[in-house]
Write a protein of this length. Structure first.
Length: 111
């Protein structure tokens, strides 16, 4: 299952994918979506983002019959933690040695 910020008919919302490829509108489930919530960040900040409430929202939310345009999960992340040369082909194309241990790096938001 994937969770994504999305645009549906010009409206910002949060969706979850089902196994059959359909999307459920979590913001319209009213289980984890307080009024005005339309992004993953807002759901997380609301304090209502639990495994149980998420499952109930997926089960009760309406399945969308309109096209879903996916959006970035977080518009302004405070910090990004990434893995350098995380697969062999990428390491080879960079002409750098393949690492034996993970190489992490981060990018922080500047004030």
């Amino acid at each position: 299952m994937r969770i994504a910020n999305a645009e549906v008919n010009g409206r910002q919302t949060v969706v979850a994918s089902l196994k059959n490829g359909e999307w459920v509108d979590l913001a319209k489930s009213h289980v984890i979506a307080p009024a005005g919530t339309w992004s993953i960040q807002q759901l997380m900040d609301s304090g209502q983002w639990t495994t149980e409430s998420f499952q109930r929202a997926v089960e009760s939310g309406p399945v969308l019959d309109q096209p879903v345009e996916l959006r970035a999960p977080f518009s302004r992340p405070g910090q990004i933690i990434a893995l350098a040369r995380n697969y062999t082909a990428h390491a080879k194309e960079s002409t750098l040695p393949i690492p034996h241990e993970p190489i992490f790096f981060s990018k922080s938001k500047l004030p």
